[in-house]
Design a protein around this ligand. Structure first.
Ligand SMILES: C[S@@+](CC[C@H](N)C(=O)[O-])C[C@H]1O[C@@H](n2cnc3c(N)ncnc32)[C@H](O)[C@@H]1O
Length: 328
């Protein structure tokens, strides 16, 4: 039985149980308008129609190399100069129910999987800060779609981190085929890789919820983001604190295929507050009735607060990355 959220007066201190200390009204903006959504769906379906005649080089050596990653292509990558796309052969893409990329079930699962993550990119792209000359880190970069887009937007330094080996290897192939060698792709676990440098912008789309310890991951992302943190994720649309865990299972197999936490907006906000990110530093973009938010966070004031020691003492070593390692 869950405890009721309440504010408990304990004499000279208060306990905000299951809720933030101050009940704030949710200040949010829509992730897309009816009009932008209509245009987006139109544009995405036009991409699918073009697929019928755009891709021709199925017999090329590069196609054979793409084929070696059949079923690993979670994201669609197009190589127009080679006449190739990772969706030109239906055995190549990863098919599932499509999730956020269905844009609230306006696209079918099949359409979403053939386009993924273009549907997300359509709303993410206008919300990015100007990347010209900036460094940007993506956590959970999969087949490399977003790092390649960031490079195309003029980012000076792009890093993508991916824990799954085959996905990482597929991104390395895609990088070669796109001629984007300057994109730094790493096969690593973000949670325990302390060699990752701070970047101006840190970006994570549908990754925080899949981390072993999502709140630790979120804190690490914030500390590595010198200017801006973008977190695109599923939420419970409530100001009370809540978090639950789902696990996905391939029928007949004994290991979980994925784990996915769902965290409430209220818990995200209270956690941000605890680590030095104030409501004024946060913009929230909401996909209505879809339990899906994008948080755009200005992290500069948080770094000033940490530098000034304006943070609970127990959190300071983690947030200022005072890590200790065994001597070897
Ligand atoms: C749901 S996918 C999202 C991929 C991509 N960001 C997108 O939006 O299309 C989550 C990705 O995060 C990766 N991932 C999960 N935990 C990770 C970790 N600890 N370090 C690095 N990558 C991780 C997964 O392997 C997977 O490719």
């Amino acid at each position: 039985m869950l405890r009721q959220p309440e504010l408990i007066d304990c004499g000279d201190y208060l306990v905000a149980q299951g809720r933030n200390l101050v009940e704030g009204s949710i200040s949010t903006q829509p992730l897309f308008t009816d009009e932008s959504l209509r245009d987006t769906i139109h544009e995405l379906r036009a991409m699918l129609e073009k697929d019928g005649h755009a891709w021709k080089n199925l017999e090329s050596p590069e196609a054979t190399r793409i084929h070696e990653f059949a079923g690993v292509w979670f994201q669609r990558l197009d190589f127009p100069a080679l006449g190739l796309s990772t969706v030109m052969d239906r055995r190549w893409p990863w098919f599932d129910e499509g999730g956020v990329n269905t844009l609230g079930r306006r696209l079918t699962s099949e359409e979403a999987c053939l386009l993924r993550p273009w549907p997300k990119w359509m709303y993410i792209r206008p919300l990015l800060p100007d990347l010209a000359g900036k460094s940007i880190l993506e956590v959970g970069s999969s087949n490399g779609f977003f790092p390649f887009q960031f490079a195309g937007l003029g980012a000076a330094q792009v890093t993508g981190l991916e824990i799954r080996k085959r996905r990482y290897e597929s991104s390395v192939l895609a990088r070669e085929l796109l001629g984007l060698e300057r994109v730094d792709l790493r096969h690593t676990d973000f949670l325990v890789d302390f060699t990752i440098p701070a970047h101006d912008v840190v970006f994570a789309s549908e990754v925080v919820n899949h981390l072993l310890c999502p709140m630790w991951g979120l804190a690490r992302m914030a500390t590595l983001a010198k200017e801006c943190l973008i977190v695109d994720t599923g939420v419970f649309e409530t100001q009370y604190h809540g978090m639950d865990l789902s696990t996905g299972w391939t029928k007949g197999e004994s290991l979980p295929r994925f784990l996915s936490y769902q965290i409430s907006d209220g818990l995200f906000r209270s956690f941000f507050d605890a680590i030095g990110i104030r409501p004024a530093d946060i913009e929230v973009f909401v996909e209505p009735n879809a339990m899906h938010y994008l948080y755009r966070i200005d992290t500069r004031q948080m770094h000033q607060r940490l530098a000034a020691g304006d943070i609970n003492e127990c959190l300071l070593p983690s947030l200022t990355m005072q890590f200790r390692f065994p001597s070897v």
